[in-house]
Design a protein around this ligand. Sequence first.
Ligand SMILES: [Zn+2]
Ligand SMILES: [Zn+2]
Length: 345
Amino acid sequence: MQEKVMEQSCRQAPALAENPAPQKTDRLAQSFDSIRKYMFITGSALLVFIALRNSLTWHLQRFWGASGNFWQYRWEQVYDYWEGDAWTLAVIGTVVVTTIPYWLFASMFLFIDYTGKPAFLLKYKTQPEKNAPVDPVRFRNAILTVIFNQTVFSVPFICVMYHIYTWRGVDFGRELPTFQWVIFELVVFNLVEEFGFYYTHRTLHHPALYKHIHKLHHEWTAPISVISLYAHPVEHILSNMLPPMLGPLIMGSHIATSWLWFVIALLSTNVAHCGYHFPLLPSPEAHDFHHLKFTNNFGVLGVLDRLHGTDEQFRASKAYQRHFMLLSLTPVSQQFPDSPKKKSE
Ligand SMILES: [Zn+2]
Ligand SMILES: [Zn+2]
């Protein structure tokens, strides 16, 4: 499977070099192709999830000794702990379930960045010559900015969103939605986020806005995990918080589904910024390339970048050949080494 992806990548590269600027119709066809691939991957993942769901739940039930529906039972415990109060669930609950997983996950990468240990993991760095070791002052400043954003801006924004969610009729109930509905909503959230993030992010690259707002995030041309939320407050609200919160608003989703989605979105942006292309994790190459070159890869899924042709430089680069989920222990930089002349590609 991996060799197949590699073969495809190798085949694609020369064709792109011959046609560096596809016509608009080509782009449209490529976009549909991209959407089709995305739907295929999401659909396959969906089927695997559904197939594994019952046995997974059964094992978890055995392990925890829970009776009845495992997830429903867990949710009822949370629900009763906060006495079913909608405000507490929406505000305190959302802050807790987003902040704790974010820092637990980010700190694993930050530990490697700060200590350079364990050394055998450094071979997976996307830009090996950068942040080795990371500058302690910049490092501390980044962490403090993220904490500032998460407290001073995220919390009031979540309070505002609570009122909008209530107005929309978001579900704060004791009954969880079905598993199939949760999966369907996650697909919708992904598409809504792609739309929201691509256009807000691309707008922030307008010269009139860039130097005042988005430049801060791009101070890091080789990002580390915590840079995912290292941003100007306007960007933090507009690009980091609004696009993921929009999906649950449109769908009027159950608050527990929103929590699951927020955690997935936060962990995924952490990986996109982490600066390491580790086995079995999603590839960070696309967004890493955005930090390196500024002009490509504004979206999350790559669908709108394909449609707008804002991935042409990326698709002709070494990073694109390396852009797949690594399924072996051999780093992508060894499988697709830098060409001797163009080291930065
Ligand atoms: Zn970024
Ligand atoms: Zn940007």
